[in-house]
Design a protein. Sequence first.
Length: 161
Amino acid sequence: MKNLKKLLLVPAALLAAACGRGDTAKVDDALKNDLALASQAQPYNPQQFTSPTEMGYAYNPYTGQFQPVPKLTQPQTVQRVASRPAVRRTASRASSGSRVIYTQPAEPIRHTKRDAAIGAVSGAVIGATVSRDKVKGGLIGAAAGAVLGGIIGHTVDVEKP
């Protein structure tokens, strides 16, 4: 019971002491003074040193000194050379003796069958190893591996000529 009384009386006494004073004008003046001083203070700048690179200098190993980097007057343009697709050319003779050239764009090389076979074999081995019924697991694994290997061979494993 004594602890309960202390628990209630101590916060009430602190509250009464804090609210019972009539010197709020002094607190407001002190707060105004602190805010005025804070607004006049300079911001904290931890960086006291600027590196030569930040100032626009580069190290010249021949002289052992930092020298200014020349500014570009015009922006440099980068020219891109478009790569032409591989072309299969066949020539034939016409009756007039002129050459007729037939161009056909080259197709990308896809490895669908090869990767399907690899996927079927690996899927059969994994399916037979993991499953209780070895034959059934091998067949299911081979089918799933063939489908996944074919998809990967057709879309991912593509060579451009």
